[in-house]
Design a protein around this ligand. Structure first.
Ligand code: SAM
Length: 252
């Protein structure tokens, strides 16, 4: 690796070692954590956040679809979706961190159907129901993660699909290993749980899921547990009242 890349990695590692600040609102803490690393975010996370390309492939995104990404960060999913993004009816990329959204806006510039939106994934709703909603490594960073899943369910049209890739604590992970990962990631505001996958399986009709492990930069021989899940909106789903969108309220 070139000296400049090593120096850039060192800055990111320093941020990770310092962890997320304890004070301020959730949005303020995200901004304080990510602003100093926004320019190198993608290069480092490319080696840490695995399965994002596989998620896009498994989702089966269609031309003409309405698509939402919650917790889009720098909008790096655009690199993985490529020219197909211009064939969607709409693509709304939502995040709460202005520093990362600045990078996403540069990426989305010139793409008419892409909107980059600063909002909270726990309660933001699109103008009309969507065909696909996906999240990569966002649920573990959102304290009220169950509300995000409920909110995603509320925005999905009948037959719509949800896709999630994220770190987690596997049921078969072992107490020591799970305790290590909970602590390791918790320092940076990333809260691993075994319950995310359980809730996804309960609320959606599972189309695909897999639990894997992937290498972590600068931790040779160590692999972090993550999962991929793709599910379909259940027929006749009644959304949770707290997340019920306007269009559903009108039609009952
Ligand atoms: C680990 S990053 C993943 C970013 C991107 N999905 C990726 O794969 O590179 C987690 C993202 O979740 C965002 N986030 C955290 N809480 C959020 C919330 N309540 N609403 C929207 N985005 C949130 C963070 O700002 C950050 O961009």
């Amino acid at each position: 690796m070139a000296a400049a890349d090593l120096a850039a990695d060192a800055r990111i590692l320093w941020r990770l070692l310092r962890g997320q600040p304890n004070s301020g609102s959730h949005a303020e803490r995200l901004q304080a954590f990510y602003a100093p690393q926004a320019d190198r975010y993608d290069a480092f996370r490319e080696r840490l956040l695995h399965g994002r390309q596989a998620l896009i492939q498994r989702l089966g995104l269609q031309p003409g679809a309405r698509v939402v990404e919650l917790g889009c960060g720098t909008g790096s999913s655009l690199m993985r979706i490529g020219a197909r993004a211009d064939q969607f009816a709409s693509f709304d990329m939502v995040d709460l961190c202005p520093a990362l959204l600045d990078v996403a806006r540069q990426r989305a510039a010139g793409h008419e159907r892409i909107r980059v939106i600063e909002a909270d994934a726990t309660n933001w709703q699109p103008d009309q129901p969507v065909d696909f909603v996906f999240m990569s490594y966002a649920l573990t960073m959102i304290p009220d993660w169950s509300q995000v899943i409920a909110n995603a369910q509320a925005m999905l049209a009948p037959g719509g699909r949800i896709g999630v890739v994220d770190f987690h604590l596997p049921a078969a992970g072992g107490r020591l290993s799970n305790a290590f990962w909970r602590r390791w990631f918790g320092h940076d505001g990333v809260h691993l749980s075994g319950e995310h996958l359980t809730m996804l399986r309960r609320l959606f009709v599972e189309q695909f899921s897999v639990e894997l492990r992937a290498p972590v930069p600068y931790l040779p021989g160590v692999k972090a547990p993550y999962y991929l899940f793709v599910g379909e909106q259940r027929e006749g789903t009644k959304s949770l009242p707290m997340a019920l969108p306007e269009w559903l309220r009108k039609t009952g």
